[in-house]
Ligand binder design. Structure first.
Ligand SMILES: Cc1cc2nc3c(=O)[nH]c(=O)nc-3n(C[C@H](O)[C@H](O)[C@H](O)COP(=O)(O)O)c2cc1C
Length: 190
């Protein structure tokens, strides 16, 4: 199966690597690949039983390479079931991990007119000292409005690793189903 990530600060890579490790525990070989380094060709989609993407949100949008992957997936009318994991800070709040509850996920899937077999959001990380001044101020402002940390020295990981493990388990189940059927209606374009 194909497992991609789109990241700028590394948290989506860590999440994708954790999913890859849990899948490996179940005997599924799915090394995580950076979409910025290796964008798949159409033949990759045709051969894969499942396509999974872990992608970060910046300023309200998922990273461009993740948007491009979804556009390509749809253009190719790929048959492989799709899994999309959005990484953002809104998801640190209860109920914001679903398509209905997470505006980034909801808008992205509506824009691409896709209905993945699994779509979910996972909380990312804040690392203020690492950010450029403008980004730091913007994220602090968003955190001030949403009740999060604003101390410019803050470095905090919100990612719930048990939730990531649960996502990996669901991917493993989908992978098993995909291997057992020739067509996968679950994630056809909506
Ligand atoms: C410049 C910048 C903009 C961000 N914009 C948003 C945003 O609009 N909404 C949100 O929920 N999180 C936002 N975040 C938080 C990121 O989604 C979070 O830090 C995530 O862990 C980043 O993933 P990455 O480490 O894989 O790049 C932003 C972070 C940065 C640095």
């Amino acid at each position: 199966m194909l497992l991609f990530y789109a990241t700028r600060d590394g948290q989506s890579r860590r999440i994708a690597e954790r999913i890859a490790a849990r899948l490996a525990d179940r005997g599924i070989d799915a090394p995580s690949r950076d979409l910025a380094d290796a964008f798949p060709v159409p033949a990759d989609f045709a051969a894969a039983p499942l396509v999974a993407v872990v992608a970060a949100v910046r300023y309200g949008r998922h990273l461009p390479e993740a948007e491009r992957l979804l556009a390509t997936y749809r253009e190719l009318l790929a048959r492989a079931p799709l899994v999309f994991v959005s990484v953002n800070l809104a998801a640190r709040k209860s109920g914001k991990d679903t398509v209905a509850g997470n505006q980034y996920l909801r808008k992205l899937l509506a824009r691409h007119r896709l209905k993945p077999a699994l779509a979910t959001a996972v909380a990312g990380r804040i690392d203020y000292p690492r950010y450029r001044w403008r980004d730091r101020q913007m994220i602090r402002l968003i955190m001030m409005m949403t009740g999060g940390p604003t101390d410019p020295q803050t470095c905090v990981e919100f990612t719930a690793w048990p939730a990531v493990d649960a996502i990996a388990a669901r991917i493993a189940d989908l992978h098993g189903c995909a291997g057992n059927r020739s067509e996968n209606p679950d994630s056809r374009p909506a």
